[in-house]
Design a protein around this ligand. Structure first.
Ligand code: UGY
Ligand code: MN
Length: 249
């Protein structure tokens, strides 16, 4: 039994590691039958939110903030989504992108656990807003990352200028790693969904495993290597396709 006064959770100026042992649940505002854990938010320093929704059977999601877009990914359980006059039954690995202002009904058909990313949509003059997307990660091919067959990237949303957010799923075979230390303007919110490895964030190296969440601020130096006997997978958010000088980019 680890000492209750210890945790791997670390909060730094340009990154945060949030280990599951430090989660605090609270009812999600405007959701019914749902406890939430707000993992990453502007209060921490980000320009987006990442949170877990822990839905009881029969729970109903609340609407997102005015002007915000919503991406949800099902970690566990069965979900019913109603949007644009269509009904979708979804389960683990299913995900949806809901453009700002799109009315929808999201209900839990069983106890369910969702990971959500939301941000205020950054509109570009004379450019269309993205459409509703409902898919399953199981149907998205993983492409070798910069030529590495052992580091595969599934791009869950269309890589088009209308989108100001990307959400990807990255799977590394044991021994595979990011090829260099990245430092870029895009922020990340990340959830380890399987396996383990070491994450370099700025000048610290952290052992990470399933359930860990990481926030990487713009320019935070970052590198990952998978170790252990099974692959490591993480789901992550990234802001994309906007001029840095545009307000709200
Ligand atoms: O998309 C990315 O920037 C990705 N290569 N970063 C990361 O996995 N930390
Ligand atoms: Mn990156």
């Amino acid at each position: 039994m680890p000492h209750p006064g210890l945790t791997r959770t670390r909060i730094a100026r340009d990154h945060a590691l949030i280990a599951p042992d430090s989660h605090v649940e609270a009812p999600l505002p405007r959701w019914q039958g749902t406890q939430g854990v707000i993992l990453i938010s502007p209060t921490l320093g980000s320009r987006f939110t990442q949170y877990l929704a822990l839905m009881e059977k029969g729970a109903i999601a609340g609407p997102q903030m005015a002007g915000a877009e919503r991406f949800f990914y099902i970690l566990e359980g069965e979900i019913h989504l109603e949007a644009e006059g269509e009904d979708f039954s979804m389960e683990a690995g299913g995900y949806a992108y809901l453009p700002p202002g799109l009315p929808h009904r999201l209900g839990a058909l069983s106890k369910a656990r969702l990971c959500l990313f939301e941000r205020l949509y950054c509109a570009v003059p004379r450019q269309d807003v993205p459409n509703l997307i409902v898919r399953r990660q199981q149907d998205i091919e993983g492409e070798p990352f910069l030529g590495d067959e052992d580091a595969r990237l599934q791009t869950l949303l269309p890589d088009e200028p209308a989108f100001d957010m990307a959400v990807n799923r990255f799977t590394f075979q044991p021994g595979a790693a990011l090829p260099y230390v990245e430092s870029h303007i895009m922020e990340h919110g990340l959830l380890m969904v399987a396996g383990q490895g070491v994450y370099r964030l700025s000048d610290s190296w952290y052992p990470v495993s399933e359930g860990d969440v990481i926030w990487m601020a713009s320019y935070c130096p970052q590198w990952f290597a998978c170790h252990g006997k099974s692959p490591a997978t993480y789901l992550y958010y990234k802001d994309v396709h906007r001029d840095p000088l545009q307000p709200g980019a």
